[in-house]
Design a protein around this ligand. Structure first.
Ligand code: HMG
Ligand code: MG
Length: 296
């Protein structure tokens, strides 16, 4: 049975722009965020507080936070204590932490093994929860790793278990390199849903192999009703070779709307948001719904 409503967590301003070759100005990012909010986006990863040496595109996180309208639930992605403190100081309502199931990937992304990351995150998350902050845990390489290959579902589940034990509010489970099949997606999300009925469960698909919409349908059937996506299909992780953009928000919203699943997002206004950022990114946006919008 499919849900009547689904929630989109827009990750364009963060995942979408972190890997962009051109420098996107703070002003253009803010304009993009504002348009996305106008289109009805209620939850969004606005930026990330990470090392500017590692990810130069996110170096303006503080300026973004100082100038953005605080509408809906605003996430800021952070890898460590320094990032968490900066995020809270900037007025973030909700903190997203991230870790890879794959050790090799985690080492390349955060310069720590998965165990080292978890050890460091535990007291930070416990403190955030004590202080009543919404915590979202992003689980990278939940299906496949660009270095280690297939990931065992039990390893992903075990990592999620730790986060849930520490009281996180949300698990965002990611197919970082867009390799999962709908069958694998259904299987893993069904297991996650059964294991963690009391946390918000979100699916984060990259569309590298054009299976993301099919994976979303599979996850819906497994009971998932929250999806990370990126307007214009922008994005990718700089430390996951071959990873391309997230599934495009406009294509997800169109699919859900057509299936009678309400998202609260206006498709035309969403395409206007894409139009506002397109001149400032390297590649033309080629998503299905954006092309139709341009040709109408
Ligand atoms: P390190 O070099 O081991 O860390 O990097 P360090 O503690 O030695 O610090 C190095 C420098 O960074 C120092 O500055 C720190 O102050 C600074 P220096 O003294 O050299 O001038 N620094 C920071 N600056 C700002 N904010 C911070 C911060 N922390 C340290 N929070 C570190 C370790 C974690 C910092 C680095 O590896 C890093 O920033 N990694 C982030 C990588 C990243 O952003 N990846 C993309 C996001 S994850 C993703 O896309 C996946 C996801 O979408 C799901 C999916 O699709 O799989 C979520
Ligand atoms: Mg991602």
């Amino acid at each position: 049975i499919l849900p009547n409503n689904a929630t989109i967590i827009e990750v364009g301003p963060r995942d979408g722009l972190q890997n962009e070759g051109k420098v996107v100005s703070t002003e253009h990012k803010l304009q993009f965020i504002e348009r996305l909010q106008k289109a009805g986006i209620q939850e969004m990863e606005l930026t990330s507080f990470v090392s500017p040496k590692w990810v130069p595109q996110m170096a303006d996180a503080k300026d973004i936070m100082a100038n953005v309208e605080k509408i809906g639930r605003q996430f800021v992605l952070t890898p460590n204590e320094k990032g968490i403190n900066a995020a809270l100081e900037s007025g973030a309502q909700a903190v997203a932490v991230f870790v890879g199931v794959s050790n090799t990937f985690n080492k390349k992304n955060i310069n720590k093994t998965t165990d080292e990351s978890m050890e460091a995150l535990k007291p930070l998350i416990l403190k955030l929860k004590q202080d009543g902050v919404f915590v979202r845990a992003c689980i990278s390489t939940a299906f496949y790793c660009p270095f280690e290959g297939a990931i065992k579902p039990e390893d992903t589940l075990a990592l999620c278990h730790q986060f849930v034990d520490w009281g996180v509010d949300e698990l965002s489970v990611a197919d970082t390199i867009g390799m999962a099949t709908p069958a694998e997606s259904y299987e893993l999300f069904q297991q996650l849903k059964e294991a963690f009925p009391d946390v918000l469960l979100t699916a984060h698909f990259h569309d590298t192999r054009k299976m993301a919409l099919a994976n979303i349908f599979a996850a819906l059937q497994a009971g998932v009703d929250r999806f990370d996506s990126s307007a214009g299909g922008l994005g990718g992780c700089p430390f996951a070779p071959g990873a391309t953009g997230n599934v495009a928000t406009e294509d997800v919203v169109n699919m859900l709307n057509r299936m009678g699943i309400e998202t609260g997002i206006n498709l035309d206004l969403l395409c206007e948001a894409v139009q506002s950022i397109e001149p400032h990114v390297t590649n033309p946006v080629q998503t299905g719904m954006y092309r139709l919008y341009q040709n109408q």
